[in-house]
Design a protein around this ligand. Structure first.
Ligand code: GTP
Ligand code: MG
Length: 240
């Protein structure tokens, strides 16, 4: 059987970590989990170490010295997953905004021919629960903006719930990925798109976090706005 690993970056997710790990291990597909923790002051990593005693084979932990952004945490996780021979590599948040049960739907999509399966909020209308209207609008129009600048017709370009087939991540030069927020999510999709891999959007329902603190900031929005233009220019000048 092919092996899948769910990468979950964490920063101060003590209220969610145990629940999310158990929810993945409760699925009938035996996915592995890799937590990439940035030295969370709230003790998230210690909780993972405690859980590793219960799940020694399938729960993995990479500890980084300091908070360095979600994008670089994923790049770290992708390299680890490739080195450890995984065939299906997932991105998922720790805060239950993504329903762990949908991992199996993303996996199915990749087993059935997709190279990248995106858990998408906007394929069938707007499937977002409990987000303030300004965040929904911003998130929705981000994809319209991405299409306008990059010509990439993905309904949910900033989605962070994704399954990659191994060869997609092997093809992308991960050392070039420097963005940390939404721009990171857009960049991963853009690089997959320009490499002509098959991208499929799987409709999901996204729910706002109920526990823990948001790490959303204005800097992350700015990075996305200018990042999209930078990526497009790099493509035009053949330096992507
Ligand atoms: N390792 C690591 N994880 C991070 C970092 N920033 C965010 N995360 C994690 O990345 C995931 C997504 O972050 P969120 O704070 O939920 O970001 P968001 O979904 O845009 O915003 P909210 O849902 O409003 O909190 C969560 O699992 C976070 O714990 C970081 O700098 N390093
Ligand atoms: Mg979140």
């Amino acid at each position: 059987m092919s092996r899948g690993v769910v990468i979950i970056p964490t920063y101060n997710e003590i209220e969610n970590i145990e629940g999310i790990v158990r929810a993945v291990f409760a699925l009938s597909t035996p996915f592995h989990v890799l937590i990439v923790d940035d030295n969370s002051p709230d003790g998230t990593a210690q909780k993972v170490e405690e859980l590793q005693r219960e799940f020694p084979e399938r729960l993995h932990l990479e500890k980084r010295a300091r908070k360095a952004g979600l994008g670089t945490a994923y790049v770290h996780g992708f390299k680890w997953a490739l080195q450890n021979g995984f065939d299906y590599i997932f991105e998922m948040d720790a805060d239950f905004s993504h329903n762990p049960k949908d991992l199996e739907r993303l996996y199915e999509a990749c087993v059935n021919g997709a190279d990248m399966a995106i858990g998408s909020r906007y394929v069938t209308g707007v499937n977002v629960v409990n987000w303030p209207l300004n965040r929904v609008l911003m998130s929705y129009f981000a994809s319209v903006y991405v299409d306008f600048i990059m010509g990439m017709k993905i309904h949910d370009a900033t989605a962070g719930f994704v399954c990659y087939k191994r060869n997609v991540l092997e093809t992308i030069n991960l050392d070039k990925i420097k963005f940390i927020g939404y721009a990171f999510q857009i960049e991963m999709k853009y690089r997959t798109f320009v490499n002509k891999f098959k991208i499929v959007e799987v409709p999901i329902i996204f729910t706002d976090r109920t526990k823990g603190q948001s790490k959303m900031s204005n800097a992350i929005i700015k990075e996305a706005i200018f990042g999209v233009i930078t990526l497009r220019l790099k493509k035009i000048f053949n330096t992507l």
